[in-house]
Design a protein around this ligand. Structure first.
Ligand code: GAP
Length: 513
């Protein structure tokens, strides 16, 4: 089995075993692409949400929060374009009866070609050593030039066909590239059809009078319809932003890859309202800011890359993804979109209400332009969790599985372990728990030998272990063990809280970049 698949399976199994993620309503065999978060998962998710919220709202005087409802007036979705244009191009394989997103099939094919180019580049870099000029190699090596051109041309043609709604050409491209069904290997495809992704429901008791509603497919529209409410009550001046986190729902047809693509998921979105004409400046600014946020978590600079969209959504004039190196390769983690004035103008048109801003400096009213940053909380969870899970061989030849979660995000910050279950050590350990629990999450563990307890906490992602031993009774000191280095230092009990707080502090992490 391929190494990547092995790693991904391990991630899924570990998430379940340590109470991070369960399949939803598992006792009834679950629901596809819907998941529940366990005791550790709920904490990790909350900490990621908070890390985002603080960096957006607390750290910016000109960004405020919002918590809009999931249900919105149905005209919202007509105005936003979701009723007419929130579709995925689907294709069925006639032999396997499996359904795929046509654009994903093509993108996966293009990615394989890119990987071939990357392999040649890596090989050459090894061969030439220090003197290797990657840029020159990319433009002169015939094989690499061929791969890179082909990759570019495929994505550009697909982008154009989708933008022009030319679904026949999308199918033609699949056939020309000889893309086969990943399940059966068959190339016997149906036509490509559009499929709307919104979940519908009804409001009202009687079938005749009930109103058709939708579960929101993005949180952003709650921000747009509240734009003036927030601007006026918060006395906000452009440029300013509104941030929101919350559930979104999409009837994903090809829901797979665990929590990467779910039907019910959570988004963390921020709409930044700017003067028309200034949107590209802020688009670049937010691309840069968001990348810095990701990199502050220390998951490895090499695991991020930008991908500029060839196919723009119906509302955007520029868009880029921050892609992350998931266990199954580089995929979209976050989108940064320049949404123009599309949404506010559309809501003005459909509601008949003005959604304009009077700019006191320019002394004129206008519909602001919007730059959006949008990240899936669950997808961020997967990025952090999968990159943190490592198997290590230690100096003595033994193995350990360790979940090296960034300490600022870890569900439990410290485990307090009495060396033995007697001699007053549990009592002292309990006192330490009672003191520390006011500041952060702790866990008390007295079961098994201390070495096994360390391994358990390593696999659980707990960054610190505090061990209470007989010396602790004599001089009120304990050892503090670091999960990643496994180094232990002895220190007074009175200094433990400060030592841990420094390592889990939001400022320590976010200000790294
Ligand atoms: N408001 C813009 C918007 O919703 P999007 O690119 O469709 O844009 C933004 O979604 C982010 O939401 C994505 O980058 C991804 O992280 C997350 N996301 C989208 N669909 C998802 C799904 N089915 N499951 C999990 N996360 C998803």
């Amino acid at each position: 089995m391929a190494k990547k698949e092995d790693k991904f399976k391990k991630v899924i199994a570990h998430a379940k075993e340590y109470g991070y993620i369960f399949g939803s309503s598992e006792i009834y065999d679950g629901l596809s692409a819907i998941y529940d978060y366990g005791h550790n998962g709920a904490e990790l998710k909350k900490n990621i949400r908070e890390y985002w919220w603080k960096s957006m709202v607390q750290m910016h005087q000109n960004i405020v929060g919002l918590d809009a409802s999931i249900f919105m007036h149905p005209t919202t979705w007509k105005a936003s374009g979701h009723v007419d244009a929130f579709n995925d191009p689907l294709i069925d394989n006639k032999d396997s009866k499996k359904r795929y997103r046509a654009d994903v099939l093509i993108e996966d094919h293009a990615e394989k070609i890119l990987q071939k180019a990357q392999k040649e580049i890596t090989k050459a870099a090894k061969r030439f050593g220090e003197s290797f000029d990657e840029e020159q190699f990319k433009t002169t090596n015939p094989r690499v030039v061929k791969y890179l051109t082909s990759h570019r041309e495929i994505l550009s043609r697909m982008g154009k066909s989708l933008e022009n709604e030319d679904l026949a050409d999308v199918k033609a491209l699949i056939e020309e590239l000889e893309i086969s069904c990943p399940e059966s290997g068959s190339k016997n495809w149906t036509e490509v059809k559009q499929f709307n992704l919104m979940f519908g429901t009804k409001l009202g008791a009687s079938a005749n009078t009930a109103t058709q509603l939708y579960l929101r497919p993005e949180t952003a529209q709650g921000i747009f319809v509240n734009f003036l409410n927030v601007q006026k009550t918060g006395r906000m001046r452009i440029p300013f932003g509104i941030a929101q986190t919350g559930k979104a729902f999409r009837n994903e047809i090809v829901a797979r890859q665990f929590i990467f693509r779910m039907r019910e998921f959570e988004q963390m979105e921020m709409q930044f309202f700017v003067r028309p004409g200034e949107e590209m400046k802020y688009y670049e600014y937010w691309k840069n800011e968001r990348l810095k946020w990701h990199q502050s978590l220390g998951l490895g600079l090499e695991n991020y890359r930008f991908h500029d969209h060839d196919k723009l959504a119906h509302y955007a004039n520029a868009a880029a993804d921050i892609e992350f190196n998931f266990p199954f390769g580089f995929k979209e983690l976050e989108g940064i979109h320049s949404r123009t004035d599309f949404d506010l103008k559309a809501h003005e048109e459909y509601s008949g209400k003005k959604l304009q801003y009077f700019d006191p400096e320019l002394k004129e009213s206008y519909t602001p332009y919007v730059v959006e940053t949008s990240i899936g909380l669950d997808r961020m969870f997967l990025a952090v969790f999968s990159k943190s899970l490592v198997d290590e061989t230690l100096e003595d030849g033994s193995e350990r599985t360790v979940l090296k979660l960034p300490a600022v995000l870890a569900p439990v910050k410290a485990a307090i372990l009495p060396l033995v279950k007697k001699d007053g050590l549990p009592e002292l350990a309990t006192q330490i728990v009672d003191d520390l629990k006011w500041s952060f999450n702790t866990v008390y563990d007295e079961k098994d030998a201390v070495g096994r307890r360390y391994r358990r906490q390593d696999a659980n992602g707990t960054p610190f272990c505090i061990t209470v031993d007989h010396q602790s009774l004599e001089d009120q000191t304990v050892t503090l063990r670091d999960r990643d280095t496994m180094q232990q230092v002895r220190m007074p009990i009175s200094e433990i809280k400060k030592a841990i707080e420094e390592k889990i502090d939001f400022k320590t992490w976010l200000s790294k970049n």
